[in-house]
Design a protein around this ligand. Structure first.
Ligand SMILES: Nc1ncnc2c1ncn2[C@@H]1O[C@H](COP(=O)(O)OP(=O)(O)OP(=O)(O)O)[C@@H](O)[C@H]1O
Length: 659
């Protein structure tokens, strides 16, 4: 009888569970058939009989002994966990849900976060257990004390975010150009199925107002995908910065690696302004190091060799622990990222975003708009057509769009900055107040802080007759506090002049739209010059307010009457001249008006003074007979009412002007 040759299992191939069971049974059979045989001999015999390696037999015996069962390793390898299935945008969105609960004076609990995520159709569906697993992964911990548990952000994430926000604020103050780069992907099957799919419920109001979108779905269908890399600033995309790679798989950024990224970055560097800043996330390929630094995984000799290469000679009596201590002391000077070093040549700084903080990168909003365009227009699902749509979409994103996205990011930065105060207070209060984890915070301080986060400081209205000294006082304020105050962008129906930018110099509109908006009560004040309409909208004031700056409004009494009917809750200051005679003297000395204009201003001044002195119309009347005295009065009033109560206490109480 012919004996069939034993089929040898190919090295490295996976042995399914049924075969593993057979191997185990063969081992047991040999063991029971001869009690004098050693385990080693039985394993050799089993391996040879089954056509597998001895190592495999040992592994199977061990698995059976430890787990009491045998499983197919295949299943373990191919099935990605739900946690893995959530993409970066999902994780960012979950973080935003936790933050939104804090901003609503609420303790974030698993159930509440789950409810918010379920209600947001842009977030992938997952189970409560997955949420429990994902929260630590994105940097949240349940902090337990006195039998209470509060979900807090891990210290390293908070510190990273604080450092990032401090740095970017500093760079903004230094007027540096800030570039933002990022990769995204779109697959050939990408379609936008329903309106609003690309929006983030957190910001839906704002995004719809600004025609922005914060979310775009990750590719789900089969087919090739495009990996896209680009860079831009509030001046638009950087020319020739686009890199498009084709990928066979729909997996995120599979084709991108450190080498490719560095090559692209080296090409883009000459196109960036010297002394500028480049913001990117913390993807590993953005942070490839110049050289590897020894870790505990290195053996002693390797560490000694590395230290020697740096001119540090230690004898072999040093323990590994001691060697690693030496490494730690010198590592900072060698722990350099290739990208950062490349940028140094042009004095460009690299700033890395904390993990899962998509909202702080405006290019994510740009990507959402591009993907939206592709999704709406994709009809052939051919890679060449999708690529063409991509190029079309990129040309549609002009400097204005970029500016909108960057401005939105500044608001997000401001919210995040204040949020940390809210969260720290929440942490303190949760352990100090006798409350259970589901109750709503009721402490005034937290309520006020939250208001500050949401609304920003109260606007400041300066009103008074022409020549009373409003501009002079304001100039002093701006000199002393250059970053504290901001000005709203006015609307106008006149055409933009060369160099004027919409949303920066003016919001350009037309008579029809503006008249309708005025009728809807959206404007604080309007005026007509040379047949064109000008005005300050409530929204423009709110925009400044949400940047954390005090919005200054220099308006006439009609504007004051109007602004008090809004919910802007301004501080109302009337600047009073010492007398009509002195006012006339100052106006003439200023030498900016013709004689008839001076007369006209003086006539109006009388009416304004009457209105200004009427009790209940202003919070304070500042007599400007002495500039230093008037300025200190104004300064004190602001610091008392805006800085101490920066929270923008909108309660009826604070809104009232004493009669
Ligand atoms: N306390 C003061 N004593 C003397 N002169 C002053 C004082 N305050 C302001 N001035 C001068 O009065 C003139 C008018 O002041 P300013 O231009 O600030 O007025 P204004 O209220 O802003 O006027 P407008 O509404 O027309 O812009 C300026 O030349 C300024 O230098």
């Amino acid at each position: 009888m012919d004996t069939s040759p034993i089929r040898k299992n190919k090295s490295g191939s996976i042995i399914p569970v049924e075969e593993r069971k057979v191997i185990y049974n063969v081992f047991k059979y040999f063991k029971l058939s001869d009690f004098n045989m050693t385990v080693e001999s039985i394993v050799i015999k089993t391996a040879s009989a089954c056509g597998v390696s001895e190592n495999t037999v040992y592994k199977i015996i061990k698995e059976k002994k430890v787990t009491k069962t045998l499983k197919s390793p295949v299943k373990k390898r191919v099935r990605p966990s739900t946690v893995d299935k959530l993409d970066e945008l999902d994780k960012c969105a979950i973080r935003a849900k936790v933050h939104s609960l804090y901003l609503n004076n609420d303790y974030p609990t698993l159930d509440k976060i789950m409810t918010l995520c379920e209600a947001d159709e842009d977030i992938s569906t997952f189970k409560r257990t997955t949420l429990h697993k994902i929260l630590p992964e994105i940097g949240f911990d349940f902090n337990k004390r006195n039998n209470r548990s509060l979900l807090v952000e891990r210290e390293d994430i908070v510190l990273w975010r604080r450092k990032y926000l401090r740095q970017i604020t500093k760079y903004r103050k230094e007027n540096k150009t800030i570039y933002f780069l990022d990769e995204t992907w779109v697959n050939t099957g990408h379609v936008k199925t329903k309106a609003g799919t690309d929006s983030n419920t957190d910001n839906s109001r704002h995004t719809s107002q600004k025609s922005l979108s914060t979310r775009a779905r990750a590719p789900t269908g089969k087919g090739k995908s495009l990996i896209i890399l680009h860079i831009g600033s509030d001046k638009g995309f950087v020319q020739d910065g686009l890199l498009v790679l084709e990928s066979k798989s729909t997996k995120d950024n599979e084709e991108m690696d450190g080498e490719r990224f560095l090559k692209w970055f080296k090409n883009i560097i000459p196109r960036l302004e010297p002394g500028s800043v480049v913001v990117m996330d913390n993807a590993p390929y953005h942070s490839v190091k110049e050289e590897k630094i020894p870790t505990t995984a290195w053996n002693r000799q390797q560490i000694i060799d590395w230290l020697q290469s740096k001119g540090i000679f230690l004898d072999t009596s040093y323990l590994k622990k001691e060697l690693l201590y030496e490494v730690d002391t010198v590592a900072p000077q060698y722990n350099k990222c290739l990208v950062d070093e490349t940028a140094k040549d042009r004095d460009i700084k690299i700033l890395r975003l904390p993990p899962y903080h998509c909202k702080l990168n405006p290019i994510k909003l740009v990507w959402a708009q591009i993907k939206n365009y592709i999704g709406v227009n994709n009809s052939t699902f051919e890679i060449s057509d999708v690529k063409k749509l991509l190029y079309d979409a990129i040309t549609l994103i002009d400097a204005n769009r970029w500016k909108e996205c960057c401005d939105h990011t500044i608001l997000e930065e401001n919210i995040m900055w204040n949020l940390d105060d809210v969260m720290e207070l929440a942490e303190q209060n949760s352990f100090a107040i006798n409350t259970n984890a589901d109750s709503i915070f009721t402490t005034n301080i937290l309520r006020n802080l939250t208001r500050m986060v949401q609304k920003g400081p109260r606007p400041l209205v300066l009103c008074g007759p022409s020549g009373s000294g409003k501009s002079t006082l304001l100039k002093r304020l701006l000199k002393e506090f250059p970053d504290k105050f901001g000005f709203s962008v006015s609307h106008t129906t006149r055409a933009p002049r060369p160099g004027e930018k919409g949303g920066v110099h003016y919001h350009f509109t037309n008579i029809d739209d503006m008249t309708k908006a005025v009728k809807r009560g959206e404007f604080i004040e309007t005026a007509t010059f040379s047949g064109n309409l000008y005005g300050t909208s409530k929204q423009a004031v709110d925009d400044v307010r949400r940047t954390g700056k005090i919005c200054v409004l220099d308006i006439d009494i009609e504007g004051v009457k109007q602004v008090t009917t809004t919910d802007l809750n301004p501080l109302l200051v009337f600047v009073m001249p010492p007398s009509i005679e002195e006012l006339e003297r100052r106006l003439r000395a200023r030498n900016t008006e013709q004689e008839d204009a001076v007369q006209k201003r003086l006539d109006t001044a009388k009416k304004e003074i009457t209105f200004g002195q009427e009790p209940g119309n202003f919070h304070i009347i500042i007599l400007n007979d002495n500039l230093n005295k008037a300025y200190s009065e104004l300064r004190e009033f602001i610091s008392k009412n805006v800085e101490d109560k920066e929270q923008g206490d909108t309660s009826e109480e604070s809104n009232k002007v004493e009669k």
